[in-house]
Design a protein around this ligand. Structure first.
Ligand code: GLU
Length: 314
């Protein structure tokens, strides 16, 4: 670990909590309590178009109804823009981030000309068009170069050898997930140069989450498995910025009767926190914890003990 345990729950206020998001909230709270650490709540509202007015306060109320109270005042990413601009400027200055003038259509055309037609709605791997300049187009977004690895710390002699020999393979990121085990992703080939700041001027999730996890001294990220695929990008960014990498634990997802992940898009109903113990028991079952019918305080205490016995060594 990188210091005294600090965990967080970082919901995007795009709607109220549902049964799926409560699993991540409960797991991150339990992990913090089991480690006798601190638990923070961060409202990730940089994508203004996706946020719903009032959802932030509703989420905080739902968490409080469930007895999940943060140890520090919650923070809102929309109030922290200067914090994200400074590292972006640093990356640009070091030649690791660049402005991009491509629309989605432009990217699709280049990929098609390379014979790389992609199915609709899947993420496009950016072909690197604007790495060499904007070609007269106005800047729309800012992207991270994933083909150059330049960690923001002095390289030890052994690192220098690896960087020199592994040209092109430096974007391969491996990490040990506490639940999923060994993971790896080559960010350059599987994701490509990803966006740090969007065309609408908002900071992208990847940059904001990395900067905030470091600024808040987060040692352990516990979140839903649907976010596991973002972890390599975040670790790459941490390395380029010289920031510590937290430990990661990705929790099981909750699916609806059609087998789709519960989300606002799949019509997940808002969590009924009028009956918090019932809601928490459903989340606890997903995490493999035993049901508890007593009062809220006893239930949480019993799950902390169970969590400590199961997850503390990981
Ligand atoms: N705000 C992100 C979401 O709700 C989660 C961020 C994280 O836990 O890393 O999808």
């Amino acid at each position: 670990m990188n210091g005294p345990y600090r965990g967080r729950f970082a919901p995007s206020p795009t709607g109220p909590l549902h049964a799926g998001s409560l699993v991540a909230a409960l797991a991150s709270w339990l992990d913090a309590r089991a480690h006798q650490g601190q638990w923070l709540v961060r409202l990730e509202d940089t994508d203004r178009e996706r946020c719903v007015a009032g959802a932030d306060q509703l989420i905080l109320r739902q968490l409080a109804d469930c007895g999940l109270l943060p140890d520090e005042a919650p923070v809102w990413q929309s109030e922290r823009s200067p914090l994200y601009q400074a590292p972006l400027d640093e990356l640009v200055q070091r030649g690791l981030a660049y402005p991009c003038g491509c629309s989605r259509k432009d990217i699709e055309l280049v990929l098609a000309s390379q014979g790389q037609d992609r199915p609709r709605h899947s993420e496009l791997i950016y072909p690197g068009t604007c790495r060499s300049g904007l070609h007269g187009k106005p800047a729309r977004a800012w992207r991270l170069r994933t083909d150059i690895f330049m960690p923001n710390r002095p390289l030890a002699p052994v690192d220098i050898k690896v960087v020199a020999i592994n040209k092109g393979a430096n974007s391969m990121v491996g990490w040990q997930d506490r639940r999923l085990g060994a993971q790896q992703q080559d960010v350059a080939t599987e994701v490509g140069d990803f966006v740090l700041k969007r065309a609408d001027g908002g900071f992208a999730y990847q940059l904001a989450v990395v900067v905030d996890d470091a600024a808040q001294g987060i040692t352990d990220v516990v979140r839903g498995e649907d976010l596991a695929n973002n972890t390599a990008r975040q670790i790459l960014l941490q390395r380029q910025l010289g920031l510590a990498t937290p430990r990661y634990l990705h929790t099981p997802l909750v699916c609806n009767a059609q087998g789709e992940k519960l989300s606002k898009q799949t019509g997940a109903p808002a969590l009924d926190t009028g009956a918090p113990l019932a809601a928490l028991n459903v989340a606890a079952a997903v995490l493999g914890l035993l049901p508890v019918a007593d009062n809220l305080g006893d239930a949480l205490a019993s799950w902390v003990a169970e969590w400590r016995a199961t997850w503390l060594a990981t």
